[in-house]
Design a protein around this ligand. Structure first.
Ligand SMILES: [Zn+2]
Ligand SMILES: [Zn+2]
Length: 178
């Protein structure tokens, strides 16, 4: 068992067949919400999450959780170009999308929270083509590495240019020795 379920009183759609009590509680069994009688603990019925008020997590709801402000931030970080192929889509070439490194579908399967799925680090600016290519799959490691390297380079030039005269000078080769 994962722990003692919290027994918030829940008004059942029908009285308990065993004791007639109308107060139940909602508990989870797998992905399903189950309503049980509060007084006799009888299993009364399975409730859809829309009924119990629990949010139904779908690819769409997770996508919609990305606010415009965050979208703008992701596109800005990517330099308003596709982080996968470097293309700057214009006009008929479509627009720049915000895509997921670990796809929403996969994230839901893995039980990752919305906040983690939509974390900046899991989001990339992607052109229509690359975004479609990513689809429901997890971004290939090779593509991911190039994205991360580009981000690091962007980060280094952004911070290195404004400050630290000694930071980027000199040889760094020693640090890469085994
Ligand atoms: Zn009962
Ligand atoms: Zn692209």
């Amino acid at each position: 068992m994962i722990g003692i379920p919290t027994r918030e009183p829940y008004t059942m759609r029908a009285p308990c067949p065993s004791c007639g009590c109308t107060v139940g509680y909602v508990t989870e069994r797998g992905a399903q919400d189950v309503v049980r009688c509060m007084s006799c603990d009888r299993h009364c019925y399975n409730a859809p999450r829309t009924e119990t008020g629990k949010a139904v997590r779908t690819v769409q709801t997770v996508h919609e959780a990305i606010k415009p402000k965050q979208r703008a931030r992701i596109l800005l970080r990517g330099g308003f170009k596709c982080e996968c192929c470097g293309k700057v889509p214009r006009g008929s070439q479509g627009e720049l999308h915000v895509g997921h490194v670990v796809s929403v579908k996969r994230g839901l399967e893995l039980g990752i929270s919305d906040a983690e799925i939509n974390d900046d680090e899991n989001l990339i600016a992607a052109c229509s083509e690359c975004n479609l290519g990513l689809g429901a799959e997890v971004i290939p490691v090779r593509a991911l590495v190039s994205v991360l390297m580009a981000r690091l380079r962007g980060h280094a030039s952004a911070t290195g240019a404004s400050s630290g005269p000694t930071a980027s000078s000199g040889s760094n080769k020693e640090s890469f020795q085994p």
